[in-house]
Design a protein around this ligand. Structure first.
Ligand code: ADP
Ligand code: MG
Length: 695
């Protein structure tokens, strides 16, 4: 007898390689396989055959429509649905899906941001199938992952450059691995595991908070009597309503072929984390977009709202998306695995050094790629990595690397453990002393980048990561090329590693990344500390970035400028929505509440013997009301001024330095009122309710 398990449906909604193998005639399958290994490109007949099989499979699995699923420059994903059904020449219904529809689409894309890449008169945009990420069915729609480009071929999405960056690092890493003696390796893939943090709040309460609905975060509200100080939520048992939700999420994600593994409570109350098993970079990014989508959808079924914002609640932990990244050869080896054979260790050292150099040369790009307006509230606050990029290697590796460059290090280990090159007999695969305060931590055989905000697509971070590593790997290869004997290659590699460590060790830091001392120390080391996201955006169009991205053909100069424009605009729009929402809440909700509070006191005030408490309360409430009224007027005026600034970057700077502080001041006033508000009158959900479901 066969037992049924929840895993029987695993991957049932994915047009996977297994399904293709079963359904395609062998020559067609073989053609597709060759395309995947980049040895060939798809011809029309093969595409038609795949489309035919895909249609059959999709219809059997309940799909009625298909869509080209793509990643425009703002927002996470976009889709335009076409149904399979159409009339044939006799007006009879026909189910059609051609190779052409599979490969190419033309969404009406004029309203997607292009940063000036398209004038409205040439609003055409095309989507093309990305056959390296599998098609899947979501809500009865066959979704075909695609790239999105303009009529003139400029990329209008985040996927096309990601694919290019994957190819760049593949080429560069393969070249270096081959030079180091491993000739069998034909490809190297970046692999990524994305941990997703999120909050859940009750849907009814969520609906009552315009700020949560419009901006994803609370624009006012202060800590409840109980918060996370007890740390009793972290890894605590999961409430049953939440675990029902998680069960549903898992089931959906498993059907989509996503190996969700870990789930647990996070540090803040009502905060949780979900982590799928790592996979190829491109697929991992796609899967994370699906994870966010499914979290939102399933949460509403369970009467929750899922908050993916980086900082929904002031004074509580924010949410991030840890990007675990490493490089894996097509022969199954992880290039960041320390291993235990000296021959492999050379390779490990070279790749580690290349990584260190890359991060030290382009910290601004990484900082920018990990951020958005929301992450400004999280970075540098007491629970998130600061805006300074540094690398934590763990004691062993740090000592090992500093020793090969003969830099003075504090020796905490036995000599024989440290004999760096030949006697590398023991390297722990896991760093037990994990430093949670580091933005970029080496965790055994991968780098975990923790700066990335929870709501942000992981594409840009990985585009940057792949490209900067490709560049440093190539620089090393250039110096090894032509050396005849492998021993000489190894000697030269070691020499290069030494130089890299000497030049770039400033980026290595294992202390407390949250401390003020680190901010001082980083300054002394000359590491950039870009306080705000808006100030990090210009790093995209700095000369060295333009050179990097154009050399590797990831972005053209024009595309970079377009993206710069879009990021600035996007930042401004986020702040502007927040300002409008806040002003609306003040005018339509908070001030009227204050009026009500005051009115309640008025009858008593004129009477002799009116208690002091009432007189004082009246004073306090009128003071708060006037204060709030004055401040909202100030915000209104400052905002009107900001809107007159044409240059989007300048507008962003003004938003950050002028508008955000005013909003913070207003928040303080509202919070002072909330603290003394009467329970009967104040009808907006407070933190205690949102986070614990009770006051
Ligand atoms: P945590 O950081 O919470 O301790 P884990 O160490 O279990 O979590 O892993 C976090 C993520 O890193 C998971 O998605 C996991 O699949 C992924 N991961 C593990 N090994 C690698 C690797 N070599 N390359 C990329 N990602 C990896
Ligand atoms: Mg982690």
């Amino acid at each position: 007898m066969k037992f049924e398990t929840v895993f029987d449906d695993f991957g049932s909604l994915v047009f996977s390689e297994k399904v293709m193998k079963e359904r395609l005639p062998y020559p067609v399958y073989a053609q597709w396989k060759q395309t995947m290994t980049k040895d060939n490109s798809l011809d029309r007949n093969t595409a038609d055959a795949i489309a035919h099989a895909m249609k059959g499979w999709a219809l059997e699995n309940g799909a009625t429509h298909f869509t080209h699923w793509f990643q425009p420059l703002t927002g996470s994903t976009a889709e335009k649905h076409d149904s399979f059904i159409e009339p044939d020449e006799n007006g009879e219904p026909l189910l059609r899906f051609s190779g052409k529809s599979l490969i190419k689409g033309e969404p009406d894309a004029s309203s997607f941001p292009s940063g000036g890449l398209r004038a409205t008169f040439e609003a055409r945009g095309y989507t093309y199938w990305d056959c390296s990420s599998p098609a899947f069915i979501k809500d009865n729609i066959l979704c075909i992952p695609t790239v999105f480009v303009s009529y003139h071929g400029e990329s209008l999405d985040k996927k096309a450059p990601l694919l290019k960056s994957i190819e760049a690092v593949d080429k560069a890493a393969t070249r270096l691995v081959n030079l180091l003696g491993d000739k069998d390796v034909k490809h190297v893939n970046p692999v990524v595991g994305l941990e997703q943090e999120y909050f859940l709040v009750d849907m009814e309460l969520y609906k009552k908070r315009l700020d949560l609905r419009f901006t994803g975060r609370t624009l006012f509200g202060s800590n409840s009597a109980k918060t996370q100080e007890l740390d009793d939520h972290y890894f605590g048992s999961i409430p049953s309503r939440v675990s029902d939700f998680m069960k549903d999420v898992n089931t959906e994600l498993w059907k989509l072929g996503i190996y969700v593994k870990a789930e647990h409570n996070e540090a803040a109350p009502a905060q949780f984390e979900l982590a799928p098993v790592f996979t190829n970079c491109n697929v991992a990014v796609d899967q994370n977009l699906l994870v966010m989508d499914i979290l939102r959808k399933i949460s509403s079924k369970h009467n929750f709202a899922c908050l993916l914002h980086e900082k929904p609640f002031a004074g509580l932990n924010g949410s991030g998306k840890h990007n675990n990244w490493s490089l894996c050869t097509d022969t199954g080896q992880n290039l960041f695995s320390p291993g235990d054979k000296p021959a492999e260790n050379i390779r490990f050292l070279v790749f580690m050094c290349a990584f260190i150099q890359a991060v030290d040369e382009y910290p601004e790009l990484l900082r920018m790629a990990a951020s958005n307006a929301g992450n400004d509230h999280r970075l540098g606050a007491n629970e998130a990595p600061p805006a300074i990029i540094s690398i934590y290697l763990g004691e062993y590796i740090e000592e090992l690397l500093l020793n090969i460059s003969s830099k003075e290090v504090k020796r905490t280990q036995k000599e024989n453990d440290l004999n760096p090159i030949l006697g590398l007999s023991y390297i722990p695969r896991d760093n037990t002393d994990r430093n949670r305060t580091s933005p970029m931590a080496f965790t055994g055989n991968k780098f975990e980048f923790r700066m990335l905000g929870s709501s942000i697509s992981a594409s840009t971070v990985n585009i940057v990561m792949n490209t900067i590593i490709a560049k440093t790997l190539d620089e090393i290869s250039n110096k090894l090329e032509g050396i005849k004997y492998i021993q000489d290659v190894r000697d030269k590699s070691l020499e290069l590693c030494k130089k890299i460590i000497v030049d770039h060790s400033r980026i290595i830091f294992s202390g407390d990344g949250y401390s003020n001392e680190w901010v001082e120390e980083a300054k002394k080391r000359g590491l950039p500390n870009i306080i705000s996201y808006i100030e990090s955006i210009p790093s995209l169009i700095e000369e060295k970035s333009i050179r990097l991205f154009t050399d590797y053909k990831i972005y053209t100069d024009k595309e970079l400028h377009a993206r710069y424009e879009i990021l600035n605009e996007d930042y401004c729009k986020t702040i502007e929505v927040e300002v409008r929402t806040l002003l609306q809440i003040i005018k339509r909700e908070i001030l009227p509440l204050l009026v009500k509070e005051i009115q309640q006191l008025l009858p008593c005030l004129g009477l002799t013997g009116c208690p002091n408490y009432i007189q004082n309360r009246y004073q306090e409430l009128t003071h708060l009301m006037n204060d709030l009224d004055t401040k909202q007027e100030l915000l209104h005026q400052a905002f009107e001024h900001v809107l007159t600034i044409n240059n989007s970057h300048d507008r962003g700077i003004e938003n950050y330095y002028k508008i955000a502080p005013l909003m913070k001041e207003i928040r303080e006033t509202i919070d002072s009122y909330e603290k003394i508000s009467s329970e009967e009158i104040y009808n907006l959900p407070i933190y205690g309710e949102l986070l614990f479901g009770n006051r």
